[in-house]
Write a protein that binds this ligand. Structure first.
Ligand code: DAK
Length: 233
C-alpha cells in the first residue's frame, strides 16, 4: 500500500514508517493523520511484522498539529472533533508489535505525543522535545496529559506542560522521556540494532510482554483522548 504523506519500508520483520512532509517539519495535517490511522490499522494485522519504527523525513520528527490548517479561531473546536474521527492513536495503541520512535529532530506538541504513543524512544542528540500546546492556548489533547506524567512523574510533567518549554535530548534522557540519546548520524543504526535484538527474541513472549505492560499502565489513556474531545468550547 502507498501513502501520500508516509514512506513505508519493510526489512526482515521490521516495518519502517517515515512521516514525509519535510517542508512542513512533518506537521500532522489531515492527510497525514488519515494515513497514520490507515497504516497502524493495517499493520496491526500483519503477522510477519514484529516491530515498527516511526521516524520523520528531514530535520524534524514531527512539529505537531498542522497549525496552518487552523485558519479561523473558531475552527479549533471543529478541528478537535475532526481529530477525534481521524485519530490514529487508538490504532497505534492496538498494535501488538512494539513501536520504536526514532526521534531525528523536533518532536513538539502532537509530535511529542506521537513519540510518547510509541513504546520506546531513541533520540538524536539534535532532537528537541516539548508539549508546547499551552503557548497556543490549547492543552495537549492527543494523550500527552496522561503519558507524560507516567513517564517522568507528576511534578516535572506539570512543569513542562504548564510552561510549554522545549527541552534538549539530553534533558529528555535525564527525565526518562527517551531511553537513549545517540549522535545524530548513528540514530538509525542504533534503532536497527535494538529492533534486531527485539525481533530475534521469541515473538509470542515479546508480544505478550508488551501487552501486559501496556495494558497494566495504560488503562486510562482513553481519558486523554475522549474527555478532551467532549469539552465545551
Ligand atoms: N504546522 C504547520 N507548519 C509548520 C509547523 C506546524 N506545527 N511547524 C513548522 N511548520 C512549517 C513552517 O511554517 C515553515 O514553513 P514555510 O514557512 O517554510 O512554508 C516550515 O515548517 C519550517 O519551519 P520554521 O521556518 O519555523 O523552522 P525553524 O527551524 O525556524 O523553527 C520550529 C522550527 C519547530 C521551532 C517552529 O517551526 C515551530 O515552533 N513550529 C510550531 C511547533 C508547535 O508549536 N507545535 C505544536 C502545535 S499544537 C488533539 C491532538 C493533538 C493536538 C491538538 C489536539 N486532539 C486529539 C484534540 C496537537 C496540537 C499541537 O501539536
Amino acid at each position: 500500500m502507498t501513502y501520500e504523506t508516509l514512506l513505508v519500508e519493510r526489512r526482515d520483520h521490521v516495518a519502517y514508517v517515515t512521516l514525509n512532509r519535510p517542508a512542513a517539519l512533518n506537521a500532522l495535517s489531515t492527510n497525514l493523520r488519515q494515513d497514520l490511522k490507515q497504516f497502524f490499522t493495517t499493520i496491526q494485522a500483519a503477522q510477519d511484522v514484529r516491530l515498527i519504527v516511526v521516524t520523520g523525513a528531514g530535520r524534524a520528527f514531527c512539529a505537531g498539529a498542522d497549525i496552518k490548517e487552523w485558519t479561523e479561531p473558531a475552527s479549533i473546536v471543529e478541528d478537535r472533533e475532526a481529530r477525534g474521527r481521524l485519530d490514529f492513536r487508538e490504532a497505534m495503541r492496538r498494535c501488538p508489535q512494539p513501536i520504536i520512535a526514532a526521534i531525528n529532530g523536533y518532536a513538539l506538541g502532537g509530535g511529542c505525543e506521537l513519540a510518547m504513543g510509541c513504546d520506546l524512544r531513541l533520540a538524536s542528540d539534535r532532537a528537541q522535545l516539548g508539549l508546547t500546546e499551552v503557548t497556543l492556548g490549547i492543552i495537549p489533547g492527543g494523550g500527552g496529559t496522561q503519558w507524560l506524567p507516567r513517564l517522568i512523574g507528576r511534578g516535572k510533567a506539570l512543569e513542562l506542560i504548564l510552561t510549554g518549554r522545549r527541552i534538549e535530548a539530553q534533558e529528555a534522557l535525564r527525565l526518562g522521556l527517551v531511553e537513549q540519546v545517540v549522535p545524530h548520524e548513528h540514530l538509525m543504526q542504533a534503532v536497527e540494532e535494538l529492533a534486531q535484538t527485539i525481533t530475534s527474541r521469541a515473538p509470542l513472549a515479546v508480544k505478550y510482554a508488551k501487552e501486559a505492560i501496556v495494558r497494566g499502565l495504560d488503562n486510562t489513556s482513553g481519558v486523554a483522548l475522549v474527555e478532551v474531545f467532549d469539552l465545551d468550547p
